[in-house]
Write a protein that binds this ligand. Structure first.
Ligand SMILES: C[S@@+](CC[C@H](N)C(=O)[O-])C[C@H]1O[C@@H](n2cnc3c(N)ncnc32)[C@H](O)[C@@H]1O
Length: 301
């Protein structure tokens, strides 16, 4: 159902009525996914799916973590990656998670783990050269094209000389001519990202962005995760994890009046159901991710 029209003429889109989920309220941030219990569960499933795709590893940078090292997780969400790292490293390793929203931070944590509300765009001045390793995963739905260079410069600044960064991002999908709902949903996604100035093809730009920020030894690994019932239980887990990313975009899409693709909440939900069905029925469907590893030069002349 469409909400009542505003009484005065306005260029603002007509919001489509729905029950909104909870979102961050960080000034200026364009991040489009919710931060509620449902999102926490999704992030936990997504973490398992991604670790499995990495061969049950939390990171692939060539680093052995030792006492006294410090690790930063940028855009930590529920902190699930950091909590798993805490189980794998000595308690003398300092673990810091930052996010623009604290609602998903875990209620209990080991003593060497700390969480704070910061934006990746401006990390604390005192963190200069402090970290051996910075991890950042899936900020694609939060960073604008003009913000990526700044975020990478900040990561470079807070890394110690010789320190490593690992980023993981979704790869913009191409093709799928035989999947009409997928094509339509992709076009909607593109319109939403563009309306917010977000960089949907950040994975394509990342190697250059990393070099430009001063990193070296830049390496990229692509991951192709089978998605849908045709790929068994793992395909179903991948489907649930990533379908719920798109379901989480319902409020921003409906608040933006459907962006020319959607005219009711039911239509949005039925698009999501159709997407799941296409993944289930199309053997070979994949979710494509890229992992980027890069090093801050050991000494800067
Ligand atoms: C898709 S979630 C991923 C969470 C976590 N990295 C993971 O993989 O489980 C993206 C997270 O980035 C955070 N975020 C978005 N924009 C941010 C910014 N400018 N600075 C820091 N965090 C940000 C969001 O609040 C959200 O928790």
């Amino acid at each position: 159902m469409l909400a009542d029209k505003p009484s005065t003429a306005s260029a603002l889109p007509q919001v489509i009525e729905h029950k909104p989920r909870a979102f961050h309220s960080f000034p200026g941030a364009q991040y489009i996914l919710p931060s509620d219990d449902e999102e926490r569960s999704r992030l936990e499933l997504q973490h398992r799916v991604i670790c499995r795709a990495l061969g049950n590893r939390l990171f692939i940078v060539p680093l052995s973590i030792k006492k006294g090292d410090k690790i930063l997780d940028c855009g930590t969400g529920s902190g699930i990656w950091l909590l798993d790292i805490a189980k794998a490293v000595p308690p003398e390793v300092g673990l810091q998670g930052i996010d623009i929203e604290s609602r998903l931070f875990p209620s209990s944590k080991p003593e060497n783990v700390n969480f704070s509300v910061e934006t990746a765009l401006r990390l604390p001045d005192g963190w200069q050269d402090a970290f051996t390793f910075v991890h950042q995963r899936l900020l694609i739905a939060g960073l604008q094209a003009k913000e990526w260079p700044q975020v990478l410069r900040e990561i470079h600044r807070v890394l110690a000389p010789g320190g490593w960064v690992q980023l993981l991002e979704a790869k913009e999908e191409q093709g799928a001519d035989n999947k009409p709902v997928t094509m339509r949903q992709r076009a909607l996604n593109k319109a939403l990202f563009s309306a917010r100035g977000l960089l949907l093809d950040c994975a394509t730009h990342m190697p250059d962005l990393l070099w430009e920020a001063g990193f070296e030894s830049v390496e990229v690994r692509e991951l192709h995760l089978p998605v849908g019932a045709w790929a068994g239980d793992e395909g179903i887990e991948t489907r649930e994890s990533f379908l719920n990313v798109f379901r989480g975009m319902k409020t921003p899409v409906l608040k933006a009046g459907g962006l020319g693709f959607i005219s009711s909440e039911e239509e949005f939900d039925s698009m999501m159901d159709g997407l799941a069905r296409e993944w289930d029925e199309t053997e070979g469907s994949t979710i494509n991710l890229c992992v980027f590893c890069a090093q801050k030069p050991p000494s800067e002349n």
